[in-house]
Design a binder for this molecule. Structure first.
Ligand code: NAP
Length: 247
């Protein structure tokens, strides 16, 4: 895959989908900044794997819901590399409860981690990338942001908001050479979905036309495409990676 940019920050890339995105982008020749919140050792392992495969990577620990830390991380990257080409806002959490039992804090914790953090990342990227009139951002939302899901009003709101916010950023920055797109994964086999009971897993699987959960590499390749030069005329788009579960 062809990339005119040189480096990428992938938030929440110590494990799961983010780790796979980091490795795939490292394999395509980008310098990868592997972000983690608590999993420093796991992030070091992702970095080591990228370097062992002939790529370039650094780890950078910060909590994406800490605005000052996110802003400072982007400054660190620009100071080190002289550029900031791509961002993948992947870090995300769930805090599932039926709405009747959901406290305001339960709701806001997910909005802050999944949506407000991505807003900061998108805004700071725009500030930096417009100087070179080049850049691309992919926000990892979810099928739940398109369909809703019982027990996930907070998560659905955060991911639906992410889809709409991405289109707004795309409109504000199209003439600055910066593209913003969203990937909406369906059910992907990671720690996040490992928490689901076997009953719930088989109920969801029965609703997936392809008859299986996706794997992180399938999300990573779609993300890489949207960042790459091959997607140079694509902005504000939402790319579903869900095995046909929602068309
Ligand atoms: P995961 O296995 O739970 O991994 C989450 C990653 O995000 C970890 O690296 C974690 O780092 C990091 N993270 C969480 N909160 C953070 C914070 N405040 N600051 C920095 N890093 C943070 O999740 P996943 O399944 O790979 O999901 C990745 C993204 O895809 C999420 O946005 C999720 O909503 C979305 N998604 C997942 C699925 C699915 O089926 N798995 C489906 C649709 C969308 P630490 O370990 O250091 O905390």
């Amino acid at each position: 895959m062809r990339f005119s940019g040189q480096n990428v920050l992938v938030t929440g890339s110590s494990r799961g989908i983010g780790a796979e995105i980091a490795k795939v982008l490292g394999g395509y020749g980008l310098k990868v900044w592997v972000n983690y919140r608590s999993g420093a050792d796991a992030a070091e392992a992702v970095k080591a794997e990228i370097i062992a495969a002939g790529g370039d990577a650094e780890t950078i620990g910060f909590d994406v819901s800490d605005e000052a830390a996110f802003v400072s991380a982007i400054k660190t990257i620009v100071a080190a590399d002289g550029a900031f080409s791509y961002l993948v806002n992947n870090a995300g959490i769930t805090n599932d409860k039926l709405a009747l039992r959901m406290k305001r804090d339960d709701f806001m914790s997910v909005i802050n981690a999944n949506l407000t953090s991505a807003f900061i990342g998108c805004r700071e990227s725009m500030k930096t990338m417009r100087k070179k009139k080049f850049g691309a951002i992919v926000n990892i939302a979810s099928i739940v942001g398109e369909t809703g899901n019982a027990g996930q009003t907070n998560y659905a709101a955060s991911k639906g908001g992410l889809i709409a916010m991405t289109k707004s950023f795309a409109q504000e920055s199209a003439t600055s050479g910066i593209r913003y797109n969203t990937v909406t994964p369906g059910f992907i086999a990671t720690d996040m979905t490992d928490e689901l009971s076997d009953d719930i897993k088989s109920t969801f699987t029965s609703k997936i036309p392809m008859g299986r959960f996706g794997n992180p590499a399938e999300v990573a390749e779609a993300t890489a495409f949207l960042l790459s030069d091959h997607a140079s005329y694509i902005t504000g788009e939402t790319l579903k990676v869900n095995g046909g579960m929602y068309m």
